[in-house]
Design a protein around this ligand. Sequence first.
Ligand code: ATP
Ligand code: MG
Length: 422
Amino acid sequence: MAKQLKAIRGMNDLLPEQSPVWRYLEDKIKSVLGAYGYREIRMPVVESTALFQRGIGTATDIVEKEMYTFDDRNGDSMTLRPEATAGCVRAGLEHGLFHNQVQRLWTMGPMFRYERPQKGRYRQFHQVSVEAFGMNGPDIDAELILLTARLWRELGLLDHVRLELNTLGTLESRKAHREALVNYLRQYESELDEDSQRRLETNPLRILDSKNARTQEIVADAPSLMDYLDDESREHFETLQAMLDQAGVKYTLNPNLVRGLDYYGRTVFEWITTELGAQGTVCGGGRYDALIELLGGRPTPAIGFAMGLERLVLMLETLDLVPADVHQYVDASVVAVGDVGGYALSLSEQLRSRMPELKLQFNCGGGSFKSQMKKADRSGARYALIIGEDEMQAGEVTVKPLRHEAEQQRLDLDGLVALLQG
Ligand code: ATP
Ligand code: MG
């Protein structure tokens, strides 16, 4: 036998038993986004490498070591998208969506990062990414947070996540802080972890985010960005907090929350859970007012977030929050016995026309009454619709309930529709 090929490490198949949970989650997300007037945008999964180098920043984990980059046959460098924001901004600029306009957009799909696969961390994973353009004030920041809070509530997750909030100020305030931070960290340079030593030059703010224990100790006494905030950023942040307070959304301030990407400024936030071990961030985002200009557009205020669907699915499953009926894929199963195949098929078609929502499965290939009834039972159907020669002559069906105690009964099409709708 030929050697079987396997899926690529860190890239998962989604099997039929798992897909209903994903659809349940995706439908909830879409309906919440719809409730706030967000519109869908879809971009290609491949973009030019330069877009991510410029749009994410060369001194980030993603661009330094996580991208799937390759030359196409023409020798042009392409990259499988590691996130959606850069592509969304590229598309918005290309199609003139930003000029003098407000946009509320979302997109959903696979992202690719070359990371070490583990629970909640994969090489192909899925994000819903939500972006709002053209709005300056803290109210849109609050709206995005309220939207996510509503989603958690709808999914039953609100008690299992917490919101962390920070502000990164403006580029100018970060520059002043950066100088003080680097001066402070230099005193401990040899004690910092390797990544952080390197970042001292390239991206010192990210050192605040280090998971290394000694680095964390050192960082605890580092100069705080809060002391360097410009007045406008401070006011923006305070108004946001007041809005969240008024809406009853709980949060904790985390001055070390910086997010991985270069282009963030002002508001940043993460929703974190303790249910998933180390991979605890289910959603993260913030303001990126500088990005549109960086990618060749006019200055345009922007804020967005991305949530990881694998981690949310894991949470729903771990916490047993998936309604059982999402797994029901057959309502009724047609059992045709004897020489009645044509009649049974056409009756099934009529039934589907009358009840477009009905999930009706036909037992192709026939077989004995007993074996067909077994299949009907295994399908999870609530009813077996039995059709033999008797039924065919009378233009009827024998309906046998499979999930509750009740007599079976003979019905014509009208009677059958009435029963199934009831
Ligand atoms: P982490 O710190 O866990 O690496 P990140 O800061 O790299 O996260 P973002 O780029 O902010 O993550 O992506 C937003 C969300 O996408 C994360 O909060 C997480 O839920 C999800 N995510 C990111 N990387 C992965 C991955 N490799 N596998 C599964 N989900 C992921
Ligand atoms: Mg990461």
